[in-house]
Design a protein around this ligand. Structure first.
Ligand SMILES: NC(=O)c1ccc[n+]([C@@H]2O[C@H](COP(=O)([O-])OP(=O)(O)OC[C@H]3O[C@@H](n4cnc5c(N)ncnc54)[C@H](OP(=O)(O)O)[C@@H]3O)[C@@H](O)[C@H]2O)c1
Length: 281
């Protein structure tokens, strides 16, 4: 009998790429896996495919993680349908070539990759604490190491790569602050880098050149199945039950950008994110 039997995993962005493979593996390990997808058609297709592979293990909830009101409704639905959450796995992520605003007028990379993660986690925190031992896993990226901690500064020219890198550094800053708030709760929080993986990321929001480049290098990239390995391990390995506040690469603890240890940056991140959320809710 697998140690994931009877456990509930909530995973965002589960209809493609790394998220879909992670969901499949956790379902195979015996968990009930709740797929959070933004598009009904793509979500239902993934639900059908995953359920055909492992019957009875998957549910689907629809929500746009880039919309604060949808995240709030999602959290309410999760709380009413799943009284126990063993793993909250933030996998949904975006790369936008051009400056695009979320329904709440927040730049989209920031909205999906950080603000949605922050909001959903905080809305589910009581349930996660009641479900302890439980885990929060954030799919960040090694590109967070290129982040400079400037995402929150106003008046910056939009640069897609910088926006992505900064959003992924914010994941680390969030982990560092929340892990301290969660001390003694038996709720862990960790970040992972999946590797460089051939997926759909950016394909809908980038120009021809980016897409061509991605196609050319795709044979040299990891498959989504391999790219899911670190998320799967951090979400489910019993040996990691008490491991928290760590960044993982290649299924192992790795070094992260030391800016994530900057107290002032962490305080600014928390205050600015709360302000963005309060302005809309
Ligand atoms: N691929 C890499 O090399 C790599 C490297 C480092 C980190 N990552 C991270 O890995 C994670 C998974 O990405 P991937 O590479 O597997 O790309 P992907 O195939 O594009 O998967 C991303 C998933 O997130 C979903 N999503 C995007 N915006 C959303 C929103 N607003 N609300 C809900 N779901 C949303 C997408 O749904 P749709 O299908 O509807 O768009 C899709 O299911 C991301 O966080 C990414 O930043 C990837």
């Amino acid at each position: 009998m697998s140690h994931m039997n009877g456990k509930t995993v909530i995973i965002t962005g589960a209809n493609s790429g790394i998220g879909k493979e992670t969901a499949l593996a956790l379902g195979k390990k015996g968990a009930k896996v709740v797929l959070v997808c933004r598009n009904k058609e793509r979500g239902e297709k993934a639900l059908a495919e995953l359920s055909a592979a492992v019957p009875g293990k998957f549910d689907l909830l629809l929500a746009d993680i880039g919309s604060l009101s949808e995240v709030k409704k999602l959290a309410e639905k999760i709380k009413s349908q799943y009284p126990k959450i063993d793993v909250l796995l933030h996998n949904a992520g975006v790369f936008y070539q051009t400056h695009t605003l979320s329904p709440d007028k927040i730049e989209m990379t920031l909205a999906v990759n950080h603000v949605g993660v922050f909001h959903l986690t905080n809305l589910l925190l009581d349930t996660l604490k009641q479900s302890a031992p439980s885990r929060i896993v954030i799919v960040s990226s090694a590109l967070h190491k290129k982040g400079k901690g400037v995402m929150m500064k106003e008046g910056m020219m939009y640069n897609p790569m910088k926006a992505y890198n900064e959003s992924k550094l914010l994941n680390l800053l969030f982990m560092r602050v929340l892990s301290k708030k969660l001390a003694g709760s038996n709720v862990t929080i960790n970040c992972v880098h999946p590797g460089v993986v051939a997926t759909n990321i950016g394909s809908a929001n980038t120009g021809l050149l980016f897409r061509l480049g991605a196609k050319i290098i795709s044979p040299f990239l990891l498959t989504p199945e391999k790219g899911a390995l670190t998320s799967i391990k951090v979400a489910s390995d019993p040996a990691l039950e008490k491991v928290t506040d760590k960044y993982f690469e290649k299924e192992d603890i790795a070094k992260y950008n030391r800016l994530a240890d900057d107290e002032k940056l962490a305080q600014d991140m928390w205050a600015m994110t709360e302000k963005l959320i309060a302005a809309q809710t």
